[in-house]
Design a protein around this ligand. Structure first.
Ligand code: FAD
Ligand code: NAP
Length: 865
């Protein structure tokens, strides 16, 4: 096939760029680099182009992203010249397409086939890579790009006795080009991932007997293959550019209508309607997007999962087989879901049998077949559909040696570490396309590949224009990116599954979440921003020049960033532009739209006596039998806004996590009642709650005072006063992003003056309403100036993007200096408000869990008498 490729005839032993791989990625990269005037050599282990679509020729192999989208979009002329025949094209058709692309752009002349790259070594003196291939050739290049594929290294058979089998053995990922005739044969298929699920119905059509060995049942939905979707075709025809742009800026690389419907709150009718529509659409991103929260909320996910199980049970006749086919050990979507054509119905054929390896594991493969714990099977053929050493297999499979003589395999021994999924510290001028830490396998890869190729090409063009010859990420940028990738994964359900996304399918492979789950759109924005900021996080150099704009590209928690973006889009008026009554009404209205917080055992409203009249409170009681410890809580709102219910979701969360009675007490607000009214009321509340602990269902003297923001200021004030007045007994104080100082001069005030909900002007507005400047230095307004020895143990929580961060830190440090036990929790990537957004900012839950653990320890410690 490669006979017309000249296999090195035009090749030099020194080129600008060596590219490894001639699949979608390598082909497009070659096309772009060549157009930009770079000399390029491509090495490909296969005998022709195609990559995935060259190797995976098993019966039924097709794409699972509609071909309207799983196609190159970089050249409108190419799109006019090629018409896909169906919604999901077969492997032969996709391979023909890639060959067509290769010929159209005359790519073969720079590709060397049947040449496996075995090693690549960086020479720091010359600034060149030496790339060694299986043909014995070594090529020198300035830039080395691995377009080696995420799913290109088949997983080695890891079943005892596998080499003993005397019959025919096939891997779906290395299917013979001439095809295999299974007619009349007894066939075993091991594996029920996408490859197994696609091939099983077709293998069943030929085989005399088919036995499917299933370790983990997978979720699959019908592809409903046929003509391409009229809707997608129509949108493409109407405005190709707009359609492609929508794909590029979508979450998964396919234009989709995003929903904000939540599984838990949707009515049964809406749930059913949305699910059935997705089932009928037969598209992965439709079924993955039935509800906005199914990827993060177990209960919402279970609704979709159970509806799929119902479908399986309705298709498969034998109830026992049906049940064995129903996935129950992972959340839907956390392992790659499959698209099938008649998979479940195949098990209704009398010659097809499912063996559930969970109940009867394989003990060994024999010469004649497969033994399980229950039975011996004889076969003519075993087909392994057992998957790949995904994401990193092909990268660490090459001996890539970087600047310090360390190989990529050594550097990534505990898991991959990248900047943008493209580059890695210690390996200058090295790029990995669709590597770990990029959206790749979670997306329509055609779109992700084009984005990566474009970015790398633009980068090399930029370097040339600047006269730079080296690029390497900085450790700070790489650590920051790894953190962001992990933060994104942590709020999703994905890390809970034993999936190949987690490296769980390959024994001994590090368990981390390999791809970037933040979305194609966000990822593209990040990459664009890095370039717009003149290669933020990279060191660029030439013999006589150097440039480095060091930094971290994403520091906010991903869900905090989403909330801030959504708020920015709403163009809300600043609170400080309103009068206090308007601001209160506005806050009440926004609070009405938030999730209510978790269920608690009981909610009781009451009043307690304050110095200037009754103070309302709301009490949250745990579901467990009491008595319980008590948390007296003061709400936030800058002494101007809020009341006993304004922080209800947070109070519920505290109640559930700590198993304590939480009493949220209102206090008088400014400007109607200025300083020290709030502090006086808070003091009265402390005395009353401590004195009435038993009737509130609490344990006497097992009391903590907690508060957020201005409420945390009151916590500091009342605990200082309780010390001075010899009671009540306070076991501890929890101060969540507290106001402790009125100076407003810290670095955090400057860094976070704007853009993170609590702004510097808003804080000034709060202070001005609350307290005269002359009084602000008093410890009952500025507790940082108070005496701090002899206070109860404190938990001080500060948020990275909060003007109040540094005064919180200062208070924690001052307490510690005064001999008070202090736990300081610094909430990375959070804002002043985000930790209180229960059920919205999911990353806040981890911090609240930490808080609860520490609070629990304070509450249950024996009191020193
Ligand atoms: P590949 O196509 O994997 O090409 C990499 C090439 O590099 C291979 O040809 C390999 O031989 C070569 N290579 C690797 N190492 C070396 C070396 N050391 N020396 C020389 N050559 C080397 N994605 C989707 O988005 N939609 C789909 O529907 C879809 N369906 C898929 C179906 C199957 C069966 C599989 C396995 C994957 C599927 N994927 C799908 C993912 C698919 O891999 C990508 O869409 C895309 O084809 C990857 O292109 P690539 O060029 O990056 O990598
Ligand atoms: P896979 O999803 O990893 O599935 C491998 C299957 O083999 C799993 O069922 C696995 O079980 C099983 N298995 C592995 N080792 C086993 C063992 N020792 N004993 C018993 N069973 C074993 O691999 P794949 O099906 O090749 O798919 C990989 C990815 O390629 C897909 O997720 C998808 O991204 C892509 N793909 C796409 C399509 C498409 O529809 N376009 C088709 C094929 C592939 P466990 O789950 O228990 O590990």
């Amino acid at each position: 096939m490669a006979a017309d490729g000249n296999n090195g005839a035009s090749a030099g032993s020194q080129v600008d760029v060596v590219v490894v791989g001639a699949g979608f990625s390598g082909l497009y990269l070659l096309h772009r680099l060549r157009a930009e005037g770079f000399s390029v050599r491509v090495f490909e282990a296969a005998s022709d182009v195609g990559g995935t679509w060259f190797w995976n020729r098993y019966p039924g192999a097709r794409c699972d992203i509609p071909t309207t989208d799983y196609t190159f979009g970089f050249d409108p002329e190419l799109e006019r010249a090629w018409t896909w025949s169906e919604k999901y094209a077969t492997q032969p058709e996709i391979l023909r397409y890639l060959q067509f692309v290769t010929d159209r752009y005359d790519l073969r002349r720079d590709i060397t086939f049947d040449a496996r790259v075995e090693g690549a070594e960086w020479d720091d003196k010359t600034g060149l890579w030496a790339v060694r291939t299986s043909t014995g050739e070594t090529v020198s290049c300035r830039y080395y790009v691995m377009a080696t594929g995420c799913l290109s290294v088949p997983k080695a058979p890891d079943i005892e006795g596998a080499p003993r089998f005397a019959g025919e053995v096939y891997f779906t990922s290395r299917w013979p080009h001439e095809g295999v005739d299974l007619t009349g044969k007894r066939v075993a298929v091991v594996g029920t991932g996408s490859s197994g699920i696609q091939s099983i119905p077709l293998i069943a059509q030929q085989a005399a007997q088919l036995t499917v060995f299933q370790r983990t049942p997978n979720f699959s939905i019908p592809a409903h293959n046929g003509p391409a979707s009229a809707d997608r075709l129509g949108r493409l025809a109407a405005d190709r550019d707009a359609y492609r742009t929508a794909g590029k800026w979508s979450r998964g690389g396919v234009p989709m209508e995003a929903t904000d419907i939540l599984g838990g709150t949707a009515s049964e009718d809406v749930r059913r309607e949305r699910f059935e529509a997705a089932w009928e659409a037969g598209e992965l991103f439709a079924i993955l997007g039935v509800f906005a929260d199914q990827g993060v909320d177990p209960a919402s996910n279970e609704i979709v999962s159970e509806m799929i199980r119902e479908k399986i049970r309705s298709i498969v006749d034998d109830p026992e087989t049906a049940e064995a086919l129903c996935p129950k050990d992972h959340y839907f979507g956390t392992k790659r879901p499959c698209l099938d054509s008649g998979y479940y119905a195949t098990f209704n054929s009398p010659h097809v049998r499912l063996v559930d390896l969970r109940s009867t594991p394989i003990t060994t493969i024999t010469e004649a077949g497969i033994d399980t714990a229950a039975e011996s099977f004889e076969f003519d053929v075993i087909v392994y559909a057992t998957g790949f050493d995904a994401m990193t297999g092909a990268l660490v499979g090459v001996d890539v040696t970087g600047r310090a003589g360390v190989t990529l395999k050594e550097k990534w021994a505990d898991g991959p570490s990248t900047y943008l999924g493209l580059t890695t510290v210690g390996f200058p001028n090295f790029f990995a396309l669709t590597g770990p830490g990029s959206p790749s396998v979670l997306s329509n890869m055609a779109v992700s590949i084009e984005q990566h190729v474009d970015w790398v090409t633009d980068c090399l063009v930029d370097l040339r224009a600047k006269g730079m010859t080296r690029i390497e990420p900085t450790p700070l940028a790489e650590d920051g990116w790894n953190q962001h990738v992990a933060d994104c994964a942590a709020i999703s359900l994905h890390p809970t599954a034993n999936s190949w996304y987690m490296g769980a399918n390959v024994p001994g492979k590090p368990r981390v979440f390999y791809p970037y789950i933040g979305g194609v759109d966000n990822y593209r924005a990040v990459c664009d921003e890095v370039r717009a900021k003149d290669y933020l996080g990279f060191r660029l150099s030439a013999p006589e020049a150097e440039q480095c704009h060091d930094g971290v590209i994403r520091r906010l928690q991903p869900d905090v960033a989403m909330v801030l973006d959504a708020m920015a889009q709403m163009e809300l008026p600043p609170l400080e532009s309103m009068s206090p009554p308007e601001a209160r009404a506005f806050m009440e209205m926004s609070n009405g739209a938030r999730p209510p917080g978790p269920d608690v055992g009981e909610v009781v409203d009451g009043v307690l006596p304050g110095p200037a009249g009754e103070l309302e409170y709301r009490l949250f009681r745990p579901g467990s039998p009491g008595p319980h410890p008590v948390v007296l809580y003061f709400h936030g709102g800058g002494w101007v806004l809020g009341d006993q219910v304004s922080d209800e979701p947070l109070c519920r969360d505290l109640c559930v996590r700590t198993e304590a009675v939480v009493v949220s007490v209102n206090y008088r607000h400014a400007p109607e009642a200025r300083y020290p009214a709030a502090a006086e009321d808070a003091w009265a509340a402390l005395q009353w709650v401590a004195a009435h602990a038993i009737e509130l269902g609490g344990i006497p003297d097992d009391l903590v005072v907690a508060g957020w923001s201005a409420g945390a200021n009151l916590v500091a004030v009342v605990t200082q006063r309780a010390r001075d007045e010899g009671g009540p007994v306070v076991r501890g104080q929890l101060m969540l992003t507290p106001v402790t100082d009125s100076a407003m001069k810290t670095r955090s005030y400057q860094e976070n003056a704007d853009g993170y909900v609590l702004t510097a002007p808003l804080m000034r507005w709060f202070w001005d309403h609350y307290c005269d400047p002359a009084q602000r230095a008093e410890p009952t307004a500025t507790p940082l100036r108070g005496r701090l020895d002899g206070l109860p143990p404190a938990i001080v929580v500060t948020a990275e993007f909060d003007p109040l961060r540094d005064e919180g830190i200062a208070y924690a440090e001052a307490l510690r200096a005064a001999g008070v036990p202090v736990e300081h929790l610094a909430a990375r990537g959070h804002t002043h408000t985000s930790l209180t957004m229960v059920g919205v900012v999911l990353s806040g839950a981890r911090v609240r869990e930490e808080i609860a653990l520490r609070l629990g320890a304070l509450l249950r410690e024996p009191v020193e008498v």
